[in-house]
Design a protein around this ligand. Structure first.
Ligand code: UDP
Length: 236
């Protein structure tokens, strides 16, 4: 697991957004994984996950506060959280100002529908070249269609590890494009769900808000975070 900590992007979010801007402007291909303890834990048991996370072309950013704190515990100086939803919002804004093409893949059909409406109204210069909900059977086929459209930004919102595995599997079909797995971000950006209030985010308690809102998340949280802490303590 130590090699994943070593790989984490450790500067501030602003500098990361500058990299996004540059890569978007010059049509560079990029695959970003926003990591939380669950991601790191998965890599222990899931070979495919371990491979894609350690691939030299995969950019790993610290999404969850658990990752930031754990990294610091074992002396990796990680600056701050860079979340999937912030990256999604940043890419949408950058895409609009640079007049780029975007594809949305994931979430429920009604979410995708409102997402299209919200984004096309607010960002008229961003071209939505296509979108598909995340419950279609043949997801590989959708990726073939995406490749033909040559979008500049591809946001995949299906939760880990599905979104990352799908992107990784099809990445070599693309010459350009910024690819990110953004979890539940479409639910929030479309207005179907609310992100945690600012105070929760500021106090690094966004995870608590999500559990309070959706108590079924508690098992998932325990399984990844508590076990993760024990693992990290062993690395000390
Ligand atoms: N989802 C999907 N296809 C699936 C399973 C899930 O598109 O087969 C979507 C789901 O509708 C939700 C997102 O994936 O929008 C996962 O959200 P969650 O909040 O669980 O992800 P997290 O941010 O916790 O990784």
């Amino acid at each position: 697991m130590r090699n994943l900590f070593e790989k984490l992007y450790n500067k501030d979010a602003e500098s990361f957004y500058n990299i996004l801007k540059k890569n978007l402007k010059y049509n560079k291909k990029m695959f970003i994984v926003t990591a939380n303890p669950e991601t790191f834990m998965m890599s222990e048991k899931d070979k495919e996950m371990a491979e894609l996370l350690l691939d030299k072309n995969t950019i790993l950013v610290p999404d969850g506060i658990g990752i930031v704190k754990a990294a610091r515990m074992i002396n990796y100086d990680v600056k701050e959280r860079i979340t999937g939803i912030d990256i999604a919002n940043e890419l949408i804004e950058l895409g609009d100002s640079l007049k780029k093409k975007i594809y949305f893949f994931g979430a429920k059909p009604e979410v995708i529908k409102s997402l299209n409406n919200v984004i096309s109204e607010k960002y008229p210069n961003l071209k939505i070249v296509g979108s598909k909900d995340g419950y279609v059977k043949d997801k590989d086929k959708v990726f073939d269609e995406i490749a033909e459209l040559e979008p500049d930004i591809i946001l995949v919102a299906m939760g880990i590890p599905l979104q990352e595995k799908l992107i990784y599997k099809h990445l070599n079909k693309f010459k350009k494009g910024i690819f990110v797995g953004v979890g539940g971000s479409f639910d929030v950006i479309s207005g179907h769900k609310k992100r945690a209030p600012k105070i929760f985010i500021k106090l690094n308690l966004e995870w608590l808000y999500r559990i309070l809102k959706e108590p079924s998340r508690i098992k998932r949280f325990y399984d990844s975070n508590v076990k993760f802490l024990f693992k990290v303590r062993k690395l000390k």
